[in-house]
Design a binder for this molecule. Structure first.
Ligand SMILES: *Cc1c(COP(=O)(O)O)cnc(C)c1O
Length: 520
């Protein structure tokens, strides 16, 4: 069979001295040659890789280079010459374009990028991503992704072990928001399996409970699933952003008296803004008493499970029914790498999602159909997200991943302690995780804490400083208002490349940029 195929290939491409055939014209199209030039393509890959290495990786992580090269949209549009035209461009021109794309993009791998919940660069994970992109397959059947079907199973199993589960199932989804929505969908199906065929028409009104600090994807998911955002009940959080179990229980009881069925509690391990960890044992007790699915959104804080020092933050997570865990955040596996995991060995995921497409999931295949995992997913084509995590894990070991968590928390602690000693830095709370939330009170506002305009002015400081830092390209950090609190900064520490000098620079730069602030 193999020889046969090889023979066919050779004659088709006219290699190895096979006599040239007359030109073949079909529909006026000459079909003798492939349309692209593989040699030129390979040269382009090679040259582009060199540019990626120099411009994106080397400069992108160099503190003497800018984090971003800010341009107004019109200026940037003109610089990039984005219009798509009829003619092909040259090798050199295309390489220049690659260079420009990199140049004007934000360097999220830069040690002074603290703007998002991902940062830094893991080189092995990057290579995992290159390979994934090159092989370009879908995580749907064993026949099209044999390596990755086996690999995903091992990686997910390992994550489940860290949670403390023995029987589990799961998949990588395109992000934490999706993982949270998966949880809602599966929990609802478990309670009302008829929903798969009959839709919402036959089931009672449902309610979800999540703390006021939970991620907005819970509301988005509820809207998307036809439940409506009103069905998400905001449970009160304490002064450090942790869900108050007593309020949860009260709200559940009230809801029940109205004939509404509470079906899911979304607890958060590592809230997005404050990095707070909800008290899982108490929440699990409430869920158990009321027979409610407990989903833990550990998109942000899940990686603490890798640290023997910090995994206590998630004590009780083993009692969850499902967990969302983004490995592209603290673990730097690269966007996106979000595990959706459920404690189940009854094939619930499969039952909930399967549609049994006959063109993919033939029932008379020549191998064990257990490995055709694609029908567990909402998607058809599903990106391979396990390799980048697996390769990185192999490269540094579980201990290496643990070190990253411990180092990030220790660096955040360093920043917090320094801020306590520096004039003008006002912490909002003692952080539980690597989010440092603070106001900066510039010299022009100090001593005016009692004046009626103080908070209004303080609220303008963050955007004032942010604009200047972006235009200078010196660093990036996000800010937000929150409830009744005016704008404050949220520094997020992830990257193992961040040094203490970078953190000192961060505070110096805030001071420098804030020194020019004029109150109104
Ligand atoms: C980041 C985050 C999410 C959303 O994850 P995406 O991958 O960005 O969709 C959900 N929950 C929490 C707590 C998060 O921090």
């Amino acid at each position: 069979m193999a020889t046969n195929l090889e023979g066919k290939k050779k004659s088709a491409s006219g290699l190895n001295g096979t006599p040239k055939k007359p030109p073949v014209l079909v529909d006026g199209v000459l079909l003798d040659q492939p349309l692209n030039d593989p040699e030129a393509g390979e040269r382009f890959v090679q040259d582009a890789f060199q540019i990626i290495l120099e411009e994106a990786i080397r400069k992108g992580t160099d503190i003497n280079e800018k984090v971003c090269d800010w341009k107004e949209p019109d200026e940037l549009r003109a610089l990039l010459d984005l219009d798509l035209i009829d003619d092909a461009e040259s090798h050199e021109k295309l390489l220049e374009r690659c260079q420009a794309v990199i140049r004007y993009s934000v360097k999220t791998i830069h040690p002074r990028f603290y703007n998002q919940q991902f940062a830094g660069l893991d080189h092995h994970s990057l290579v995992g991503r290159y390979i994934t992109e090159t092989l370009n397959t879908t995580q749907v059947t064993y026949e099209v992704a044999p390596v990755f079907v086996l690999m995903e199973e091992v990686v997910l199993q390992k994550l489940c072990e860290l949670i403390g589960w023995r029987n589990c199932d799961g998949l990588f989804s395109p992000g934490g928001s999706m993982s949270n929505m998966y949880a809602m969908h599966v929990a609802r199906y478990k309670l009302f399996p008829e929903i798969k065929r009959q839709g919402l028409w036959t089931i009672p009104q449902l309610a979800i409970f999540a703390s006021e600090e939970s991620h907005y994807s819970v509301c988005k998911g509820a809207a998307f699933l036809g439940l409506g955002t009103d069905s998400v009940h905001a449970v009160k959080a304490d002064e450090r952003g942790r869900m108050i179990p007593k309020d949860l229980e009260e709200q559940i009881s009230i809801t029940k008296t109205k004939g509404v069925v509470p079906f899911l509690v979304n607890a958060t391990s590592g809230t997005t803004v404050f990095g707070a960890f909800d008290p899982l044992p108490e929440i699990a007790d409430v869920c158990e008493r009321h027979g409610i699915w407990l989903h833990v959104d550990a998109a942000w804080g899940g990686s603490a499970l890798l640290s023997r020092k910090h995994r206590h933050l998630l004590t009780g997570i083993e009692r969850a029914d499902s967990v969302a865990w983004n490995l592209h955040k603290m673990m730097q596996a690269g966007l996106q790498c979000s595990a959706f995991l459920i404690k189940d060995d009854t094939g619930l995921l499969e039952k909930c999602f399967s549609a049994g497409a006959s063109y993919l999931f033939q029932t008379d295949k020549f191998y064990d159909l257990r490995y055709d995992i694609g029908d567990k997913s909402l998607q058809c084509g599903r990106k391979v997200d396990c390799l980048k995590l697996w390769l990185m894990w192999k490269a540094v070991g579980t201990r290496g991943l643990e070190n990253r968590v411990d180092r990030a928390v220790a660096c955040a602690r360093y920043l917090v302690e320094k801020m306590k000693k520096r004039a003008g830095f006002r912490l909002m709370m003692e952080p539980q995780w690597v989010n440092t939330c603070f106001w900066y009170v510039p010299p022009s506002l100090r001593g005016q804490e009692e004046s009626p305009n103080f908070w209004k002015n303080l609220g303008r400081v963050a955007s004032f400083i942010k604009e200047q830092m972006v235009k200078r390209g010196s660093m990036m950090v996000s800010y937000q208002p929150h409830g009744t609190d005016v704008n404050f900064f949220r520094h997020v520490l992830i990257s193992p490349q961040v040094s203490l000098e970078d953190l000192d620079f961060f505070m110096d730069e805030i001071e420098y940029l804030g020194s020019k602030f004029q109150p109104q």
